[in-house]
Ligand binder design. Structure first.
Ligand SMILES: *Cc1c(COP(=O)(O)O)cnc(C)c1O
Length: 303
């Protein structure tokens, strides 16, 4: 395995990521019921590799390049922000990419926006049945996949692994540790939250809003940190991943009109809804300074 001549080396990848990360905008949302709100706009990092997926990919791309892999292979559903981000990052840094997509039946159907863009960026899509897709974490399936794609660096679903957690530690800056008491973030697999917990000050509270029912991510978060200054709630998941209610849509429209910040209904809208609801319930002490993390995901917004 050798790098194509034109592919950037690891130092170049790191430098490129650093440049983009330095320009993340903040927006002051003023005060709600005696609590100060600010938002860190990871959605503004990049139109395609937006939000937390950017940080999750960083050290995985570096590892893939350092180990001489020519391809990136990963998994996702048809609307996956991780698939979109991986396809883009692969093209940007000179990797071929392969997406294992849940749902055999989708192979023959017209592509939605996420899959269309992924293909345009050169990702080859491999549609598998739901049963096969479910095996993706089993060692035997992984070994078989690696034999089939010997040149591929395999990223887990959602891009979630230790290198992703390490990348997400860099979401928080020294100012974020000083200027805020609470950090709020949407949760899918929990890797992003784990990174935030590891990077935050123990005097801060890190609050995760699960997009899925059950808070089962707590186990994997605890594999990455022993810290205690965090909490995970599924009170605002609205019944589960991508289940959206009319109330949530109305909230999104209102939030966007008020602050000129677009949200999407799977992750960020639920988190913002939850934070504002908790503020109104008096959950946070008066004068708390809360940082909302906008994790992006806007590429899959029109579903
Ligand atoms: C993937 C994603 C998350 C969840 O990230 P995890 O590390 O899987 O918890 C949150 N917000 C958006 C917009 C995402 O795309």
């Amino acid at each position: 395995m050798s790098n194509p001549q034109s592919a950037p080396d690891t130092a170049h990848i790191l430098q490129r990521f650093q440049q983009i990360a330095q320009q993340i905008p903040y927006q002051d949302l003023g005060e709600i019921a005696g609590v100060q709100l600010g938002i860190k706009r990871l959605d503004c990092i990049h139109p395609q590799i937006s939000g937390n997926k950017f940080f999750k990919l960083k050290y995985n791309l570096v590892a893939a390049r350092a180990q001489g892999y020519r391809q990136l292979l990963t998994f996702g559903g048809a609307y996956s922000n991780h698939i979109a981000a991986t396809a883009y990052a692969a093209q940007l840094f000179g990797f071929d990419s392969i997406g294992i997509i849940r749902g055999e039946e989708l192979a023959e159907r017209p592509r939605n926006a996420t899959l269309h863009h992924a293909e345009q960026l050169g990702m080859s899509l491999n549609f598998v049945s739901r049963e096969n897709y479910r095996q993706k974490q089993q060692p035997s399936y992984m070994a078989q996949l690696q034999r089939h794609y010997p040149d591929a660096y395999i990223l887990p679903e959602g891009g979630s692994n230790l290198l992703a957690v390490q990348g997400c530690e860099e979401i928080l800056s020294a100012q974020d540790r000083e200027n805020y008491d609470v950090i709020c973030c949407a949760v899918g697999t929990g890797s992003t939250l784990a990174g935030l917990i590891r990077a935050s000050d123990t005097r801060q509270q890190v609050l995760g809003f699960s997009a899925l029912k059950g808070c089962f991510q707590a186990d994997s978060i605890q594999q990455y940190t022993r810290a205690q200054h965090w909490r995970l709630t599924d009170d605002y998941c609205g019944g589960g991943y991508a289940k959206s209610s009319t109330e949530l849509r109305a909230f999104m429209q209102d939030f966007e009109a008020r602050y000129q910040i677009p949200l999407e209904q799977v992750y960020t809208a639920k988190m913002c809804y939850g934070v504002i609801d908790l503020i109104q319930q008096g959950y946070f002490p008066t004068a708390s300074r809360i940082l909302l993390l906008h994790t992006g995901g806007l590429q899959g917004r029109n579903i």
